[in-house]
Design a binder for this molecule. Structure first.
Ligand code: ARG
Length: 257
């Protein structure tokens, strides 16, 4: 009898411990997006796009976007793990290799067919880099030219519309810039801020022309999200809003851009 009572008691203790675990688990998973529920946000980027993302001296991705997504992770209480990959793999990696992507990525209708976007966090326009002695100064001057671009970027897509122009595609924008310096391409089309960084690195050798003078439109950068995860979008948009309100966003702009 004593023995039986012991079995019943210990069973009761195990059952109540299990019940305790169960209620904790369901409490957190019920209110959180699947991407956040494990406490880790896996973020795709392409660290070839200064000042938004580049590989720092310690070999780790650094830059404005990296600091911004880490601040968002802090707001949401999750650890941010960065996966560095080719730019044209970022969208398809979401939902399999990664939870989200931040990479100076422009919101486009085509991308919206595969992913959702956060609220925009930065504006840009494509710029045209040319050799210092080049005559190129308007859209018509680009007709028939060989133009270096990073594969799968909005700069790449723009060249498709320029009559007779050939897009020379590179996985890294910096390689396009090196080929501009070596005379292998006539121009490079790349986003405004990276264009400024590259032009500065080759001061006197290349000119940085504002794409607004070529009729290029303003683009909005946003964080790419898995399609249909409205809880994750609300969480990330909420964190972004908070970082704008509390001055963190402005501090990061000052530090990196
Ligand atoms: N804004 C452009 C786009 O969305 C270029 C982004 C390139 N970003 C990068 N991290 N390499 O296509």
């Amino acid at each position: 009898m004593k023995k039986l009572l012991g079995v019943i008691l210990s069973t009761a203790i195990v059952v109540s411990m299990m019940a305790g675990c169960g209620s904790k688990g369901s409490g957190s998973s019920g209110s959180k997006s699947a991407a956040l529920s494990d406490g880790v946000l896996t973020v795709g980027t392409n660290a070839e796009f200064p000042p938004f993302e580049y590989v720092g001296d310690d070999g780790e991705p650094d830059g404005f976007d990296m600091a911004l997504i880490k601040a968002i992770g802090d707001e949401l209480g999750v650890k941010v793990v960065i996966e560095n990959m080719d730019f044209d793999s970022l969208v398809s990696a979401i939902g399999s290799k990664t939870d989200v992507a931040i990479a100076g990525m422009t919101v486009t209708d085509e991308r919206k067919q595969s992913v959702d976007f956060s609220e925009p966090y930065f504006d840009a326009v494509q710029h045209v880099l040319v050799p210092a002695n080049s005559d190129i100064s308007s859209y018509d001057d680009l007709v028939g030219k060989t133009i270096g671009v990073q594969l799968g970027t909005t700069g790449d897509f723009l060249v498709e519309d320029i009559e007779g122009a050939t897009a020379q595609q590179y996985t890294k924008a910096v390689d396009a810039v090196n080929d501009l310096v070596n005379g292998r391409v006539d121009a490079v089309i790349v986003d405004s801020n990276p264009a400024g960084v590259f032009a500065k690195n080759f001061e006197g050798t290349i000119k940085d022309l504002d794409g607004a003078d070529f009729g290029f439109e303003v683009e909005n950068y946003a964080i790419a999200l898995p399609k249909g995860d409205s809880e994750l979008k609300a969480a990330i948009d909420g964190a972004l809003k908070k970082l704008k309100e509390n001055g963190t966003y402005d501090e990061l702009v000052k530090k990196y851009i």
